[in-house]
Design a binder for this molecule. Structure first.
Ligand SMILES: *[C@@H]1O[C@H](CO)[C@@H](O)[C@H](O)[C@H]1NC(C)=O
Ligand SMILES: *[C@@H]1O[C@H](CO)[C@@H](O)[C@H](O)[C@H]1NC(C)=O
Ligand SMILES: *[C@@H]1O[C@H](CO)[C@@H](O)[C@H](O)[C@H]1NC(C)=O
Length: 269
Protein backbone atom coordinates (compact mmCIF):
# COMPACT_ATOMS: atom_id res chain seq x y z
CA UNK A 1 0.00 0.00 0.00
CA UNK A 2 2.78 2.34 0.98
CA UNK A 3 4.55 1.74 -2.30
CA UNK A 4 1.32 2.33 -4.25
CA UNK A 5 0.93 5.69 -2.49
CA UNK A 6 4.50 6.46 -3.31
CA UNK A 7 3.97 5.59 -6.97
CA UNK A 8 0.79 7.69 -7.13
CA UNK A 9 2.56 10.60 -5.49
CA UNK A 10 5.44 10.27 -7.93
CA UNK A 11 3.10 10.12 -10.94
CA UNK A 12 1.11 13.17 -9.81
CA UNK A 13 4.19 15.13 -8.85
CA UNK A 14 6.04 14.36 -12.07
CA UNK A 15 3.06 15.23 -14.27
CA UNK A 16 2.75 18.61 -12.52
CA UNK A 17 6.43 19.11 -13.11
CA UNK A 18 6.01 18.02 -16.73
CA UNK A 19 3.15 20.49 -17.15
CA UNK A 20 5.21 23.35 -15.73
CA UNK A 21 8.24 22.81 -17.91
CA UNK A 22 6.17 22.21 -21.03
CA UNK A 23 4.15 25.41 -20.92
CA UNK A 24 3.14 26.38 -24.42
CA UNK A 25 5.35 29.22 -25.56
CA UNK A 26 6.27 29.62 -29.23
CA UNK A 27 9.99 30.08 -29.81
CA UNK A 28 11.06 33.54 -31.08
CA UNK A 29 10.41 33.99 -34.80
CA UNK A 30 9.64 36.33 -37.69
CA UNK A 31 8.07 36.09 -41.17
CA UNK A 32 4.99 34.17 -39.95
CA UNK A 33 1.53 35.04 -41.23
CA UNK A 34 -1.51 35.69 -39.04
CA UNK A 35 -5.31 35.58 -39.31
CA UNK A 36 -8.14 36.15 -36.86
CA UNK A 37 -10.70 33.33 -36.74
CA UNK A 38 -13.63 34.40 -34.57
CA UNK A 39 -12.03 35.39 -31.25
CA UNK A 40 -8.79 33.51 -31.93
CA UNK A 41 -5.71 35.23 -33.29
CA UNK A 42 -3.78 32.56 -35.19
CA UNK A 43 -0.31 32.58 -36.65
CA UNK A 44 1.22 30.07 -39.01
CA UNK A 45 4.87 29.00 -39.30
CA UNK A 46 7.57 31.65 -39.48
CA UNK A 47 11.34 31.52 -39.32
CA UNK A 48 12.98 30.60 -36.02
CA UNK A 49 16.73 30.64 -35.49
CA UNK A 50 17.32 27.32 -37.22
CA UNK A 51 14.22 26.04 -38.93
CA UNK A 52 11.00 27.05 -40.64
CA UNK A 53 8.47 25.43 -38.33
CA UNK A 54 5.13 23.97 -39.38
CA UNK A 55 3.58 25.14 -36.12
CA UNK A 56 0.18 26.74 -35.72
CA UNK A 57 -0.43 28.84 -32.61
CA UNK A 58 -3.27 31.00 -31.39
CA UNK A 59 -4.26 33.37 -28.62
CA UNK A 60 -7.87 33.30 -27.50
CA UNK A 61 -8.94 36.94 -27.25
CA UNK A 62 -12.37 36.18 -25.77
CA UNK A 63 -11.08 36.60 -22.22
CA UNK A 64 -8.47 38.97 -20.84
CA UNK A 65 -4.97 37.80 -20.00
CA UNK A 66 -1.69 39.13 -18.71
CA UNK A 67 0.37 40.50 -21.64
CA UNK A 68 3.54 39.27 -19.96
CA UNK A 69 2.30 35.66 -20.00
CA UNK A 70 -0.01 35.30 -23.00
CA UNK A 71 -1.81 31.94 -22.96
CA UNK A 72 -0.66 30.36 -26.23
CA UNK A 73 -2.35 27.28 -27.60
CA UNK A 74 -1.00 25.14 -30.40
CA UNK A 75 -3.27 23.75 -33.09
CA UNK A 76 -2.93 21.09 -35.80
CA UNK A 77 0.50 21.42 -37.42
CA UNK A 78 0.76 22.32 -41.10
CA UNK A 79 1.87 19.56 -43.49
CA UNK A 80 4.90 21.73 -44.31
CA UNK A 81 7.23 24.31 -42.76
CA UNK A 82 6.07 27.74 -43.85
CA UNK A 83 7.48 31.25 -44.00
CA UNK A 84 7.04 34.55 -45.89
CA UNK A 85 3.60 33.65 -47.18
CA UNK A 86 0.20 35.20 -46.66
CA UNK A 87 -3.12 33.99 -45.30
CA UNK A 88 -6.78 34.94 -45.24
CA UNK A 89 -10.03 33.71 -43.75
CA UNK A 90 -12.96 32.51 -45.85
CA UNK A 91 -15.90 34.92 -45.46
CA UNK A 92 -18.18 32.09 -46.64
CA UNK A 93 -17.77 29.93 -43.51
CA UNK A 94 -15.62 32.20 -41.27
CA UNK A 95 -13.57 29.17 -40.28
CA UNK A 96 -11.39 28.10 -43.22
CA UNK A 97 -7.98 29.73 -43.70
CA UNK A 98 -6.15 29.83 -47.02
CA UNK A 99 -2.35 30.03 -47.04
CA UNK A 100 -1.05 31.47 -50.29
CA UNK A 101 2.48 31.41 -51.69
CA UNK A 102 5.39 31.60 -49.27
CA UNK A 103 8.46 29.45 -48.85
CA UNK A 104 7.61 25.87 -48.14
CA UNK A 105 10.24 24.09 -46.17
CA UNK A 106 10.89 20.37 -46.25
CA UNK A 107 12.48 19.60 -42.89
CA UNK A 108 14.03 16.23 -43.72
CA UNK A 109 16.04 17.53 -46.62
CA UNK A 110 16.49 21.13 -45.42
CA UNK A 111 15.33 22.45 -48.77
CA UNK A 112 12.43 24.46 -50.09
CA UNK A 113 9.77 22.80 -52.18
CA UNK A 114 6.84 24.15 -54.15
CA UNK A 115 4.52 21.17 -54.13
CA UNK A 116 1.54 23.47 -53.68
CA UNK A 117 1.05 27.23 -53.62
CA UNK A 118 -2.16 26.99 -51.61
CA UNK A 119 -2.94 25.15 -48.37
CA UNK A 120 -6.27 25.13 -46.63
CA UNK A 121 -6.91 24.85 -42.89
CA UNK A 122 -10.35 23.93 -41.58
CA UNK A 123 -10.17 25.31 -38.04
CA UNK A 124 -13.40 23.57 -37.01
CA UNK A 125 -12.02 20.08 -37.51
CA UNK A 126 -8.35 21.12 -37.29
CA UNK A 127 -7.51 19.66 -40.66
CA UNK A 128 -5.07 20.76 -43.35
CA UNK A 129 -5.66 19.92 -47.01
CA UNK A 130 -4.17 20.83 -50.38
CA UNK A 131 -7.03 22.14 -52.49
CA UNK A 132 -7.37 21.48 -56.20
CA UNK A 133 -7.00 24.73 -58.11
CA UNK A 134 -8.39 25.32 -61.59
CA UNK A 135 -6.15 27.15 -64.10
CA UNK A 136 -3.26 27.56 -61.67
CA UNK A 137 -0.53 29.77 -63.18
CA UNK A 138 2.75 27.93 -62.62
CA UNK A 139 4.68 31.20 -62.70
CA UNK A 140 3.27 31.79 -59.19
CA UNK A 141 4.84 28.59 -57.85
CA UNK A 142 7.72 30.11 -55.87
CA UNK A 143 6.07 33.46 -55.08
CA UNK A 144 6.64 34.98 -51.65
CA UNK A 145 6.83 38.27 -49.74
CA UNK A 146 3.37 39.51 -50.66
CA UNK A 147 0.02 40.03 -48.91
CA UNK A 148 -3.43 38.69 -49.73
CA UNK A 149 -6.82 40.18 -48.99
CA UNK A 150 -10.18 38.48 -49.48
CA UNK A 151 -13.46 40.20 -50.32
CA UNK A 152 -16.94 39.31 -49.04
CA UNK A 153 -17.62 37.13 -52.08
CA UNK A 154 -14.58 34.93 -51.44
CA UNK A 155 -12.21 36.42 -54.01
CA UNK A 156 -8.58 36.47 -52.85
CA UNK A 157 -6.42 39.24 -54.36
CA UNK A 158 -2.63 38.89 -54.20
CA UNK A 159 -0.50 41.58 -55.77
CA UNK A 160 3.07 41.13 -57.02
CA UNK A 161 5.67 39.54 -54.78
CA UNK A 162 8.92 37.87 -55.88
CA UNK A 163 10.13 34.33 -56.59
CA UNK A 164 12.28 32.40 -54.23
CA UNK A 165 14.60 29.73 -55.64
CA UNK A 166 14.88 26.19 -54.37
CA UNK A 167 18.46 26.80 -53.41
CA UNK A 168 17.84 30.08 -51.57
CA UNK A 169 18.94 32.11 -54.61
CA UNK A 170 16.58 34.98 -55.06
CA UNK A 171 15.67 35.82 -58.61
CA UNK A 172 16.03 39.43 -59.57
CA UNK A 173 12.67 40.46 -60.99
CA UNK A 174 9.61 41.02 -58.86
CA UNK A 175 6.04 41.04 -60.20
CA UNK A 176 3.35 43.64 -60.73
CA UNK A 177 0.59 41.16 -61.57
CA UNK A 178 -2.70 40.70 -59.70
CA UNK A 179 -3.46 37.09 -58.84
CA UNK A 180 -7.07 36.30 -58.11
CA UNK A 181 -8.32 33.07 -56.54
CA UNK A 182 -12.08 32.69 -56.22
CA UNK A 183 -12.55 30.24 -53.33
CA UNK A 184 -16.14 29.49 -54.33
CA UNK A 185 -14.99 28.02 -57.68
CA UNK A 186 -11.26 27.57 -56.91
CA UNK A 187 -10.54 29.28 -60.24
CA UNK A 188 -7.18 30.99 -60.42
CA UNK A 189 -6.49 33.92 -62.74
CA UNK A 190 -3.64 36.31 -63.38
CA UNK A 191 -4.41 39.89 -64.33
CA UNK A 192 -1.32 41.34 -65.96
CA UNK A 193 -0.98 45.06 -65.31
CA UNK A 194 0.39 47.92 -67.38
CA UNK A 195 4.06 48.73 -66.79
CA UNK A 196 3.05 51.94 -65.03
CA UNK A 197 1.92 49.79 -62.09
CA UNK A 198 5.04 49.40 -59.97
CA UNK A 199 6.41 46.02 -58.93
CA UNK A 200 5.73 45.67 -55.21
CA UNK A 201 7.18 43.30 -52.61
CA UNK A 202 6.90 43.34 -48.78
CA UNK A 203 4.16 45.99 -48.79
CA UNK A 204 0.96 46.08 -46.76
CA UNK A 205 -2.45 45.41 -48.34
CA UNK A 206 -5.65 46.51 -46.63
CA UNK A 207 -9.14 45.97 -48.04
CA UNK A 208 -11.61 48.73 -47.20
CA UNK A 209 -15.36 48.00 -46.93
CA UNK A 210 -15.91 49.92 -50.20
CA UNK A 211 -13.85 47.39 -52.17
CA UNK A 212 -10.64 49.41 -52.48
CA UNK A 213 -7.34 47.75 -51.57
CA UNK A 214 -4.83 50.19 -50.09
CA UNK A 215 -1.17 49.32 -50.64
CA UNK A 216 1.36 51.06 -48.41
CA UNK A 217 5.14 51.07 -48.84
CA UNK A 218 7.08 48.01 -49.95
CA UNK A 219 9.86 47.78 -52.47
CA UNK A 220 10.74 47.11 -56.09
CA UNK A 221 12.79 44.15 -57.34
CA UNK A 222 15.93 45.34 -55.55
CA UNK A 223 15.81 45.53 -51.75
CA UNK A 224 17.23 49.08 -51.82
CA UNK A 225 14.47 50.27 -54.14
CA UNK A 226 11.92 51.26 -51.49
CA UNK A 227 8.63 52.87 -52.47
CA UNK A 228 7.53 56.33 -51.36
CA UNK A 229 5.20 55.96 -48.33
CA UNK A 230 3.29 59.09 -49.30
CA UNK A 231 2.28 57.69 -52.71
CA UNK A 232 -0.44 55.24 -51.75
CA UNK A 233 -1.35 52.77 -54.50
CA UNK A 234 -5.03 51.82 -54.61
CA UNK A 235 -6.67 48.95 -56.47
CA UNK A 236 -10.42 48.92 -57.01
CA UNK A 237 -11.70 45.32 -56.77
CA UNK A 238 -14.90 46.31 -58.57
CA UNK A 239 -13.43 47.98 -61.66
CA UNK A 240 -9.97 46.33 -61.54
CA UNK A 241 -8.33 49.73 -61.95
CA UNK A 242 -5.46 51.42 -60.16
CA UNK A 243 -5.11 54.92 -58.79
CA UNK A 244 -2.57 56.74 -56.64
CA UNK A 245 -3.40 58.97 -53.67
CA UNK A 246 -0.87 61.36 -52.19
CA UNK A 247 -0.82 61.21 -48.41
CA UNK A 248 -0.30 64.52 -46.62
CA UNK A 249 0.79 65.03 -43.01
CA UNK A 250 3.96 63.60 -41.51
CA UNK A 251 6.67 62.28 -43.80
CA UNK A 252 7.28 58.61 -43.16
CA UNK A 253 10.62 57.16 -44.19
CA UNK A 254 10.30 54.52 -46.93
CA UNK A 255 10.17 50.96 -45.71
CA UNK A 256 9.21 47.36 -46.47
CA UNK A 257 8.22 44.35 -44.32
CA UNK A 258 6.00 46.44 -42.05
CA UNK A 259 2.41 45.52 -41.15
CA UNK A 260 -0.93 47.37 -41.21
CA UNK A 261 -4.38 46.94 -39.67
CA UNK A 262 -7.59 48.84 -40.38
CA UNK A 263 -9.09 50.41 -37.25
CA UNK A 264 -12.35 52.35 -36.93
CA UNK A 265 -13.29 53.19 -40.45
CA UNK A 266 -14.74 56.65 -40.73
CA UNK A 267 -14.74 57.66 -44.35
CA UNK A 268 -13.87 56.40 -47.79
CA UNK A 269 -10.55 57.45 -49.27
C1 LIG B 1 -19.16 35.54 -41.21
O1 LIG B 1 -18.83 36.76 -40.56
C2 LIG B 1 -19.48 37.89 -41.12
C3 LIG B 1 -18.92 39.13 -40.44
O2 LIG B 1 -18.88 38.99 -39.08
C4 LIG B 1 -20.98 37.73 -40.96
O3 LIG B 1 -21.63 38.84 -41.56
C5 LIG B 1 -21.43 36.45 -41.65
O4 LIG B 1 -22.80 36.22 -41.42
C6 LIG B 1 -20.65 35.26 -41.11
N1 LIG B 1 -20.99 34.07 -41.89
C7 LIG B 1 -21.11 32.87 -41.33
C8 LIG B 1 -21.47 31.74 -42.25
O5 LIG B 1 -20.98 32.68 -40.14
C1 LIG C 1 23.04 30.23 -56.34
O1 LIG C 1 23.82 31.39 -56.14
C2 LIG C 1 25.21 31.12 -55.95
C3 LIG C 1 25.92 32.44 -55.63
O2 LIG C 1 25.58 33.42 -56.56
C4 LIG C 1 25.79 30.42 -57.20
O3 LIG C 1 27.14 30.08 -56.98
C5 LIG C 1 24.97 29.15 -57.46
O4 LIG C 1 25.41 28.55 -58.68
C6 LIG C 1 23.48 29.46 -57.57
N1 LIG C 1 22.75 28.22 -57.72
C7 LIG C 1 21.86 28.03 -58.70
C8 LIG C 1 21.21 26.68 -58.76
O5 LIG C 1 21.57 28.88 -59.51
C1 LIG D 1 0.95 33.78 -65.57
O1 LIG D 1 1.63 34.78 -64.83
C2 LIG D 1 2.63 35.46 -65.57
C3 LIG D 1 3.32 36.42 -64.60
O2 LIG D 1 2.45 37.39 -64.15
C4 LIG D 1 2.00 36.18 -66.74
O3 LIG D 1 3.01 36.80 -67.51
C5 LIG D 1 1.24 35.20 -67.60
O4 LIG D 1 0.53 35.90 -68.59
C6 LIG D 1 0.25 34.42 -66.74
N1 LIG D 1 -0.37 33.39 -67.54
C7 LIG D 1 -1.70 33.29 -67.66
C8 LIG D 1 -2.19 32.17 -68.50
O5 LIG D 1 -2.48 34.05 -67.10
Amino acid sequence: MKSLQYILFFVIFSSVYFFVICQNIPSPRRQQTSTIIGTKLYFFGGTTSLIKPNEVWYLDLSSSFNNATPPWYSDAAMPIGYTLGTSCLSPIDNSTVFLIGGRIWIANTNTYSYASSVYKFDSKIQQWTTPTINNFNSSFEARNEMQAVIDNNGKIFVFGGINHGNDDNITTAGYNDMTILDITTMIWSTQTQPQSVLVNIDYTATLLPNGLIVYIGGRGSKTANLHDMSQVQIFDTKSYTWSTKSASGSIIESRACHSAVLSTYTRYV
